[in-house]
Write a protein that binds this ligand. Sequence first.
Ligand code: NCC
Length: 276
Amino acid sequence: AAKLSPEKLLCQLRDRVNVTMIQGSDGPFGTSEWQQYLPGKSLNETVGHLGRCAVVSSAGSLRSSHLGQEIDSHDAVLRFNGAPTKGFQEDVGQKTTIRLVNSQLVTVEKQQFLGEALYNTGILIVWDPAPYHAEIHKWYKKPDYNFFESYKSYRSTHPEQPFYILNPKMQWQLWDILQENSLEQIQPNPPSSGMLGIVIMMTLCDEVDVYEFLPSKRQTDICHYYQRFHDRACTMGAYHPLLFEKNLVKHINQGTDEDIYIHGKATLPGFRNVHC
Ligand code: NCC
């Protein structure tokens, strides 16, 4: 696999990765029951036109970064899973516009998900690892984690909060591009929430600043900025093809190496600003 130029790679991402949320027109979701639960407005309508956006990874290296103010200066901020802002504002900011959560959290940590105030701010999006390029009916019958009941419960108790289900076809369209641009064989597991969130924001925003996805000088084995747990796999990847994701983001980064090293910041163009 020959590596594409950054410009060509951006075009591939723009043209081949279809970021959509599940709608009533998507096969098994076309029932009257699902119509009560799926949001009426599209994600685009809900967020409007976004200028500068921030994606905040959950990496331990955000600790003592003092990036909070800079992160909050963006029009929109995307965070992941159970990553808190309370108590960590100085380093990660306090604005949450979108929170991308995986289906494991919604299912296995259901009590926390349904009960903790952390999840009640901003727009929620849940995603689930689908079988490779599986058709939507097949995925619906056998999701990796059966989060649908938990999704419905959350929608019933928080009907005003926008909460979307990411169409699973996106993860494998993205994975194919990761594989085509890597010299090694990648295990066929879907990209991390981090990589999915980056591409979601590239579809919604003019410009995307990604924090501590490419590790700065603060790189550490501490998994999350909000926990004491140490595991190098959090930064390098085990299940998710994290290392390949990071190589790809490094390749298309439009910011400086100094911004990565000092601030842990990579700057990517929104797809609106990619001209092929
Ligand atoms: O840890 P997690 O990820 O929630 O982190 C969100 C995203 O931040 C980036 N990250 C995180 C830590 C780190 N040291 N470096 C990083 O670059 C990654 O891009 C990551 O995706 C996930 O991707 O959904 C993941 O979720 C957790 C866990 O399920 C949730 O936190 C909910 O508890 C997974 N951990 C476990 O299953 C134990 C993790 O593998 C992937």
